[in-house]
Design a protein around this ligand. Structure first.
Ligand code: GH3
Ligand code: MG
Ligand code: MG
Ligand code: MG
Length: 300
């Protein structure tokens, strides 16, 4: 695999001469963003999501080790590889940098050809790990997160809600009368409709922390952090309307001749010892209730 052309690199160093040296080594091949202190580096990393960070260690204010720690702690920037480029040369410093999760450690003064080669190598590795994540966590038919993502993310959000004493909500969704749709239009048309429904649900989630996934065949699930039952029911009704408004023609629909979904909502503020599977079971039960009472609606 070739290194991606013109990747976006963030160079962080408080000495203009060091920035200049890295810029000269790399600007022919890549787009370079520059930060001259730790705070600026963190803001740029979050805002521009570079493919790789070249990070000085000794800086006034937030030093490079702390920048690395914070990049790792933030879900938005965790995947960005960090290479320390530093005047510190001891074995202990290098070990400490690598233990923090940096992918490489380069000492100054830099050798341009070596820096270029190492950067290329780490960009290829990043590209491969991105591809792997994508294959592992994204549903190929609809392009939305898959069941594996749901399980991981639900676990993490459950633990966070428990830690912070907050409510967490689930919405379980099932497309109505989908078998007759397939029978009538064929599986290819069914696939296409599923793609549209998935996009409609994804677009209907408004808050940045909300996540949806394809849970199974024609089933989807949403995780809403920091949301109670009333709030989640409101979201569920909005999603139901959004799918209805796609106006996907469906001769065997229970409602208005268009494709609809049924939704089940449950929320809980987790206590130690509570089982997250129980919340899933409650949302499922409400989904069943929505089906039983006529479909094309949300129950909580
Ligand atoms: P209900 O309103 O009770 O949910 O009825 P339904 O017909 O949707 O329920 P049922 O579970 O009987 O049918 C689900 C159908 O979804 C059957 C299955 O073939 C279809 N399905 C599941 N995954 C896919 C897919 O990826 N593509 C297509 N085209 N169809 C799928
Ligand atoms: Mg420095
Ligand atoms: Mg189903
Ligand atoms: Mg169904």
């Amino acid at each position: 695999m070739h290194a991606p052309l013109r990747s976006r690199l963030l160079v962080v160093d408080d000495q203009p001469a060091n920035v200049q040296a890295l810029y000269q080594a790399l600007a022919d091949e890549h787009q370079i963003l520059v930060a001259t202190n730790g705070a600026q580096a963190l803001a740029l990393a979050r805002d521009k999501l570079p493919d790789l960070v070249l990070l000085d260690i000794v800086m006034d204010g937030i030093d490079g080790l702390e920048v690395c720690r914070r990049l790792q702690a933030d879900e938005a920037t965790r995947q960005i590889p960090v290479i320390f480029v530093t005047g510190l040369t001891s074995e202990a410093d290098e070990a400490r940098g690598l233990e923090l999760g940096a992918v490489d450690f380069i000492t100054k003064p830099i050798h341009p050809a070596v820096v270029r080669a190492r950067v290329r190598t780490h960009l290829v590795l990043k590209q491969q790990s991105d591809l792997l994540r994508q294959l592992a966590l994204v549903d190929p038919l609809t392009g939305v997160p898959n069941r594996r993502f749901f399980d991981e993310h639900f676990g993490a959000e459950w633990r966070r809600a428990l830690r912070e004493g907050r409510s967490i909500a689930l919405i379980m969704i099932d497309v109505d009368a989908f078998k007759p749709y397939n029978d009538h239009y064929g599986h290819l048309a069914g696939d296409h409709a599923l793609q549209r429904v998935a996009r409609g649900i994804a677009a209907g989630l408004a808050r940045p922390g909300d996540r949806m996934a394809r849970y199974g065949g024609e089933e989807f699930a949403c995780i809403l952090p920091d949301t109670d039952t009333a709030g989640a029911l409101e979201v569920a009704r909005r999603l139901g309307r959004a799918v209805h408004d796609l106006a996907i023609e469906h001769p065997h629909s229970p409602l208005d001749g268009v494709m609809t979904i049924s939704l089940g909502v449950a929320a809980q503020t987790p206590k130690p010892g509570d089982d997250p599977a129980e919340l899933l079971r409650c949302a499922d039960e409400q989904l069943y209730e929505a089906k039983r009472s006529g479909r094309g609606r949300a129950c909580a």
